[in-house]
Design a protein around this ligand. Structure first.
Ligand code: SF4
Length: 396
């Protein structure tokens, strides 16, 4: 390449090569058995859709969420009878319980009489700074952390007038104002959310907030609607936030049954490389060059790897166009061609196999890889700090 090129190749060579940005440094805040922030996992949470006062129905839904892997759960508390149910619910579940309060600060004070693990307040509708201060004082006395949940749809009128509409700076100013009040009370057990149904507004709000504060954040795209579009929309907003290293707990908001929210959240964390929980399978879409029955092989691999918590990246491509390149970059990979293939482990060719042997052979290589990683002490299972920096996504 000549030195007179109009493109900055020298600058490119000096550019950072790892695509992974470090996590935004946040302070740690304990929420029951979970610690938010710092290097702790990005916890997955959801919210019940039952009447909270219906303890049986609420506990049953929380149990279903727990079964799906949900790590914290929020229940709404619009009435006194809902607040009165909190102790009974808390006793019967195994994950931290969050009470969700809108409009009535007295509900917040009432909820705080129960052994909840966190309280969520919407500062824009709680009734002003003095009422917020009263809730903060009681939360502090009870040792209960709080989420200050700013929402574009219920921003204070004063800020709407100042900024014209619920834009990122308006949302961040709202959060910072309430943080200052809480800090003046000596209360720092705070998590912040800046949700919008508009992904771009949410992304920029979280980015802006991260410039000014080190409180952990709860991330989400609010009112995302009905799946499957809601999952895509959530991913569109949450991925840039996560890839910027922001976010300490996540909720994917889906219309209807909350249980699918859990798998969607874990998928987004996996795809962004922020919390890898299962093997990552790389497969091409197939085309006229396809040289093996890729769909069958991937289906079989998925079935036989189901439930495995292993941070292994497996690449299976349908022909020689990208097969060898992807296989070399994955932990285990196969480059297929005409009913047979070459298997790579850690970038090196380890064996040649026929198509009929591919799945068994790949799984054997996964076992070898796992053994090697364990011997070297480099295997990082779920919830441990990621050590890989070269590849953007490796499933755990
Ligand atoms: S890897 Fe081969 S078969 Fe798969 S999409 Fe690409 S060219 Fe087609």
């Amino acid at each position: 390449m000549t030195t007179s090129s109009r493109f900055p190749y020298a600058e490119l060579q000096a550019a950072p090569r790892s695509p992974i940005k470090p996590r935004h440094k946040t302070r740690e805040v304990a929420v029951g058995s979970r610690v938010f922030g710092g290097n702790n996992p990005i916890w997955v949470q959801s919210m019940t859709t039952t009447d909270t006062f219906d303890v049986e129905a609420t506990v049953a839904q929380i149990r279903a969420l727990e079964e799906a892997g949900c790590e914290l759960v929020r229940v709404t508390v619009p009435k006194a009878q809902d607040a009165h149910a909190l102790s009974a619910i808390r006793q019967r579940i195994d994950i931290p319980l969050i009470c969700d309060i809108h409009f009535d600060y007295k509900m917040a004070l009432m909820a705080l009489d129960h052994p909840v693990d966190k309280i969520r307040i919407n500062p824009g509708n709680i009734g002003g700074y003095d009422r917020f201060r009263q809730v903060v004082r009681k939360a502090k006395d009870r040792g209960i952390p709080m989420r200050i949940g700013v929402n574009a749809g219920s921003l204070e009128h004063e800020l709407i007038e100042k900024y014209g509409y619920p834009c990122p700076p308006a949302m961040v100013e709202s959060a910072l104002r309430y943080l200052e009040i809480a800090e003046a009370e000596g209360y720092h057990s705070i998590i912040v959310s800046l949700k919008s149904s508009d992904p771009a507004t949410a992304v920029e709000s979280y980015r802006l907030f991260a410039k000014y504060a080190d409180y952990p954040t709860h991330i989400g795209i609010t009112e995302a609607g009905k799946p499957p579009y809601a999952i895509t929309k959530s991913a569109a907003g949450l991925a840039p936030i996560l890839m910027d290293g922001i976010g300490d707990t996540i909720r994917v908001s889906l219309l209807g049954d909350p249980v699918p929210e859990v798998a969607a959240a874990f998928d987004i964390l996996q795809a962004t490389g922020r919390r890898v929980r299962r093997p990552e399978l790389i497969a091409c879409p197939t085309c006229g060059r396809l040289a093996i029955d890729l769909e069958k092989i991937i289906a079989e691999l998925e079935k036989r790897l189901e439930g495995r918590r292993l941070p292994v990246k497996i690449s299976v491509l349908g022909c020689v166009v990208n097969g060898p390149g992807e296989a070399r970059e994955a932990d285990i990979g196969i480059a297929a061609g005409n009913g047979k293939g070459v298997i790579f482990r850690n970038g090196e060719i380890v064996r040649h196999v026929l198509e009929a042997e591919m799945v068994d052979a790949l799984l054997e290589e996964v076992a070898h890889w796992e053994q090697e990683q364990r011997q070297k002490g480099t295997l990082k299972l779920e919830d441990e700090k990621p050590t890989r920096t070269r590849l953007p996504v490796v499933s755990a």
